[in-house]
Design a protein around this ligand. Structure first.
Ligand code: SF4
Ligand code: FES
Length: 360
């Protein structure tokens, strides 16, 4: 098969974060601060990414704002010719720092929303006063004129706030909202009882998004990650393994997706040891599930195999213990019916959750 260059890189600058969201998708074992790549190493990664063909750089975490050298990193990324997007909760951003980021050339900000009021947002994020600070940050972002995407992670405890989240995106002047129903990777997996939406909530969210998309056409773009446990077909995870995206963890480990380390037997390279180009084209982890040749039945003979590429490898691993299996959120998976029954059971579970533990 012909392998084309990646379009986007997710640079996980750090795993440190002031919030402790129960749906955190970062691994249970976080990278410590003293193992993070330094400024010069990240700058080198950005140059290599641009040479490889990457166009968009997503600066993420943890909370990327906790990196004191964030402005320098944005400068380095812009010098490499990359379009830069900062994915942040807003906590730790001041008006002064935002202006510095603007001067450094930051192109876009994606602001996360834990809830649409202080009670919900501060409880879910585990940070008292966080919502009020986020609203200040949203105002400064608007005043400076950054293009903004709002990212609302929704689950059983806050899905009723979806209409208000969409309204807030319009009020903030966001061009886009990402309505992301919680995905169960990393830390989130241990909170499935508390976070799993009910089947009714999942259907209602579909209807709310469809109505808002029609009503707000030309005003707000709505990206939507559905509650896949309650649906018939899986999501096209990472756009297809090793096809469009490349992730770099805080310590320089290069991953095909953010949860790839949960798949036993995959061997990952580090940017410090091997050129990024070689890792992308020849790295064994990137080639493990690239394209369609690796697929067993029912995916191998399925007419949707180049639509969803068999769904999510990490989800197949987590749910049925086999990363090559058809994602069990697919109706053609032999595990689908059992999964839907489990989803209903999770959704009837208790609402207490385990807050994200912090990185060292
Ligand atoms: Fe997608 Fe595989 Fe299901 Fe077909 S069988 S829809 S390729 S996950
Ligand atoms: Fe790894 Fe979906 S998160 S393939």
């Amino acid at each position: 098969m012909t392998v084309t260059p990646p379009i986007a890189m997710l640079a996980e600058l750090t795993h440190r974060c002031p919030l402790s969201c129960p749906y955190c998708s970062n691994p249970v074992e976080l990278t410590r601060r003293d193992a993070e790549l330094d400024t010069a190493q990240w700058a080198d990664v950005f140059r290599q990414a641009a040479d490889l063909g990457v166009l968009q750089l997503h600066l993420s975490g943890g909370e990327p704002v906790t990196r004191r050298d964030l402005v320098d990193l944005v400068i380095a990324a812009r010098e490499a010719g990359l379009y830069t997007n900062l994915i942040t909760s807003g906590i730790g951003l001041t008006e002064k720092r935002l202006k510095e980021l603007d001067e450094a050339g930051l192109d876009h900000i994606q602001l996360s929303l834990q809830g649409t009021d202080a009670d919900m947002a501060d409880r879910i994020g585990g940070y008292r006063g966080g919502f009020a600070r986020k609203m200040d940050v949203a105002r400064w972002i608007g005043e400076i004129g950054f293009p903004l995407t709002l990212n609302a992670v929704l689950h059983r405890q806050n899905l009723h706030q979806l209409p208000r989240a969409i309204e807030m995106a319009v009020e903030m002047g966001a061009r886009r909202i990402e309505v992301a129903t919680v995905q169960f990777h990393g830390w989130a997996l241990m909170n499935r009882d508390a976070l799993m939406p009910t089947r009714e909530q999942a259907r209602e969210a579909d209807a709310i998004v469809a109505e808002a998309r029609a009503r707000l056409k030309g005003v707000l773009v709505i990206d939507y990650v559905r509650a896949d446990y309650h649906n018939d077909y899986p999501k096209r995870c990472m756009g297809g393994w090793g096809s469009t995206g490349i992730n770099v963890a805080p310590d320089g480990l290069v991953l095909p997706c953010h949860a790839a380390q949960t798949i036993p037997g995959l061997v990952f390279d580090r940017t410090q040891d091997r050129p990024l180009r070689e890792i992308w084209y020849e790295g064994s982890a990137f080639n493990a599930y690239r394209g369609t040749d690796w697929m067993p039945e029912p995916c191998a003979s399925c007419e949707r195999k180049t639509i969803d590429f068999g769904g999510c490898r990490c989800q197949a691993m987590a749910l049925v213990g086999n990363a090559s299996a058809t994602d069990p959120t697919c109706i053609k998976s032999p595990h689908h019916a059992a999964l839907q029954a489990r989803a209903d059971a999770f959704a009837a579970g208790p609402t207490e959750f385990t807050a994200r533990a912090a990185a060292g």
